[in-house]
Design a protein around this ligand. Structure first.
Ligand code: NFS
Ligand code: SF4
Length: 683
């Protein structure tokens, strides 16, 4: 027994010795650093520790490990000396590095598109149930948006009266038909996904010419799985074409439909105030973290937690009230529509529990680390899974299934379970006092009204400021955290560098949460971080220089904003002509690859950062993604780990586009004017 104990001690000491990295070196976010220190004091292991002790596989990183049949895994790492002469590497079946890497890449697109789109399908089903009045918990709220989008789904909003006059059609009828049309996009076997035609006309025509307009959402994803089976598609260019179909079915299909229908069910976001970081939790409240992605669940939890009977129940248990906080994209969804504060981004999910203040972490799907269950076991926190697709076998998790027909009752049960747990707190509560103010809720409709005035929305003022050079260009900065990089560091360096060079930033996902925590989502941050041109525009219009547009499915809002900019005129006829670029500074999930592919296919130069794209082991395929795609789509992939260089690659692309549009000189004039004015002001 004694020797067992001694052995355990040695193992523990060894584990400790391995924890070389200081918390300060793992994140630039003070709340995260504080909680990491606490985790170490309490000997609670987190992803940050495992990222130190487990190295990534060198062949997988290169994208050249194939395990698509049991004759493998066939591993084709690049030789240390590089390739001299002909590349003779082959898998058992003869698959080249290009075939293997492109198949792996395609499967990431499939998984990413499937995740976004399965979320969208759930929304469409609930929407239809609401439209048919089969559920009392959800209803059609934003009828204005319903009428706006119905024609895109081929649904008439007027009918002809008996005397040939044009009459408004019954709104319930419209809703049912939109719901049916929307849901049909998943299983459609012929034709085109209807929302794809929202793209600028030349873009849509290009897709038609290339034969990449997606037919049905499920179909394109299934086809990737088929083509990447052993011995099917062995031509990387042909595979990338299918990646485009599936990715477009995501960005301009599943994700876009999700955003549309969520807005109609829960309200289209408009700017509102809130705050961000672990400091939003309250020691004397029942704290509930909502983590995951689908607003179907979180919307109900928000409503349930606001019920007087629930607040009363919390008080009976000795709490002052109920505090909700969001993590990952669920956080963005309920922030955008209700102002519920952001507790943190992806890499902070374990750390929220380590505050000791979380009664329940309610999760649905995607980006939920299995380890939250183990961390929760060291505290009183209950992990509550809610989706039949996503259960956790480890730890003491609770499953309370969430059904759209009994949604509100389910939500009440979840909130009550959290309240009941308030009196079970075991460890001292330590909540970091970091919470930054923010303004979020910039749907593309909101940007329209904000810029164009209340009476008539328009993107023209934005275009004017791009044309006259005050704004150099537009960047969409999105995506995850990655435990292999310093948490939040890449995000912030890149965004600040862009702002400094007068590039306005549209953000979603975990980047949006990072920016929020750093105070970049406030109008006041403009004069601190922006170049003179962008600062002036933000101050005049009263907007933050970084516009929070929502969750990752809401990247469809970025596509729509880009389309609106094209339509407003003066900046070319298609998205690839805009002075714009995309970035995912700390990408991690397969969803990011699907997003990257639909950005690229939409004409956007898209740079990934943090860890490499798994394509470097197949240089010919890599070159196809990074260079040749530009000749096809006008957009292409790139990879740059150094955040400053990363930002400057985007800026260089923006300048290239300004030059092509003939507006490069205007910017020089504005900047000369501004220096003169600043000199005058200083004098
Ligand atoms: Ni997007 Fe949202 Fe965050 Fe990455 Fe995960 S939360 S859908 S995948 S980690 S940004
Ligand atoms: Fe190896 Fe070909 Fe099988 Fe892949 S499909 S594991 S390369 S034999």
């Amino acid at each position: 027994m004694a020797s067992e104990e001694a052995k355990a001690k040695v193992i523990a000491t060894k584990a400790k010795a391995k924890k070389v990295a200081r918390p300060e070196d793992l994140s630039v976010d003070p709340a995260t650093v504080q909680m990491l220190k606490r985790a170490r004091d309490l000997e609670v292991e987190t992803i940050f520790d495992r990222a130190q002790t487990m190295k990534a596989c060198n062949i997988g990183i290169q994208g050249t490990c194939c395990k698509n049949c049991s004759q493998g895994p066939c591993r084709l790492p690049l030789p240390k000396s590089g390739i001299e002469g002909e590349d003779t590497r082959k898998g058992l079946c003869g698959a080249t590095p290009e075939t293997i890497a492109s198949r792996n890449f395609a499967r990431m697109v499939a998984a990413g598109a499937a995740s976004h789109s399965d979320h969208g399908r759930g929304v469409a089903e609930t929407f239809l149930a609401a439209a048919r009045k089969e559920t009392k918990d959800y209803r059609i709220q934003d009828t204005k948006k319903l009428l706006e989008i119905a024609p895109d789904y081929g649904v008439d909003i007027t009918v002809e009266g008996e005397d040939g006059e044009v009459l408004d059609r019954d709104i319930d009828e419209i809703a049912v038909e939109v719901g049916e049309k929307a849901l049909a996009q998943w299983g459609q076997q012929t034709g085109e996904i209807c929302t794809v035609t929202r793209a600028p006309a030349p873009r849509y025509e290009l897709w038609k010419t290339l034969g990449v307009v997606p037919t049905g959402i499920d179909r394109e994803i299934v086809e990737i799985m088929h083509r990447t089976h052993m011995g099917v598609d062995q031509d990387y260019e042909n595979l990338v074409e299918q990646c485009t179909r599936a990715a477009l079915a995501d960005g301009w299909g599943g994700s876009m439909i999700a955003t549309d229908l969520q807005d109609i069910l829960f309200g289209c976001p408009y700017p509102l105030k809130s705050s961000a970081n672990l400091g939003v939790l309250k020691e004397d409240h029942v704290n509930i973290i909502i983590h995951g992605h689908e607003p179907l669940l979180s919307e109900m939890i928000v409503q349930a937690s606001e019920l007087p009977e629930m607040i009363e129940y919390a008080k009976e248990k000795g709490a002052k009230g109920i505090q909700l906080g969001g993590i990952c994209c669920t956080a963005n969804e309920i922030l955008m529509r209700h102002g519920v504060p952001l507790a943190g981004n992806y890499l902070q999910q374990e750390l929220a529990i380590i505050t000791g203040a979380v009664e329940a972490m309610v999760v649905d799907v995607q980006c939920i680390m299995e380890n939250v269950a183990n961390v929760a076991d060291c505290f009183h926190t209950k992990i509550i899974t809610t989706n039949p697709r996503a259960k956790i076998a480890s730890g003491n998790t609770l499953h309370i299934e969430f059904d759209e027909h009994t949604a509100f009752e389910d939500a009440k049960k979840i909130v009550r379970t959290a309240i009941d747990n308030f009196t079970n707190r075991e460890k001292e509560v330590v909540i970091p006092d970091n919470a930054s103010n923010l303004i979020a809720g910039f749907s593309y409709e909101a940007i329209n009204y904000h810029l164009g005035g209340t009476f008539r929305g328009s993107y023209t003022p934005l275009n004017d400021n791009i044309i006259n050079g005050r704004i150099r260009g537009i960047a969409g900065v999105v995506g995850c955290n990655n435990a292999r990089t310093v948490h939040d560091e890449g995000h912030l360096i890149i965004v600040k560098e862009l702002l400094k060079h007068d590039v306005i930033v549209l953000t979603t996902g975990c980047n949006a949460i990072t920016c929020a925590k750093a105070g970049l989502l406030t109008p006041e941050s403009a004069k601190v971080f922006c170049g003179p041109g962008l600062a002036e525009v933000c101050e005049t219009v009263g907007i933050p220089p970084v516009l929070h547009m929502g969750s990752c499915v809401d990247n469809s809002r970025i596509l729509m904003a880009a389309t609106e900019v094209v339509k407003a005129g003066g900046l070319g006829n298609d998205i690839n002509e805009l002075p714009a670029a995309g970035s995912a500074p700390e990408w991690m999930s397969e969803k990011a690859i699907s997003i990257g592919q639909y950005f690229v296919a939409s004409g956007v130069y898209t740079v990934f950062g943090g860890v490499a794209l798994p394509v470097s082991g197949a240089p010919v395929f890599e070159n196809y993604l990074f260079n040749e795609l530009e000749g096809i789509y006008g957009g292409m992939w790139d990879m740059e780990e150094d955040p400053i260089k990363h930002a400057h690659k985007m800026i260089a692309h923006i300048d290239k586009k300004r030059k092509a549009l003939g507006i490069d000189k205007a910017r020089e004039r504005v900047l000369v004017d501004m220096t003169d004015r600043q000199k005058l002001e200083a004098a």
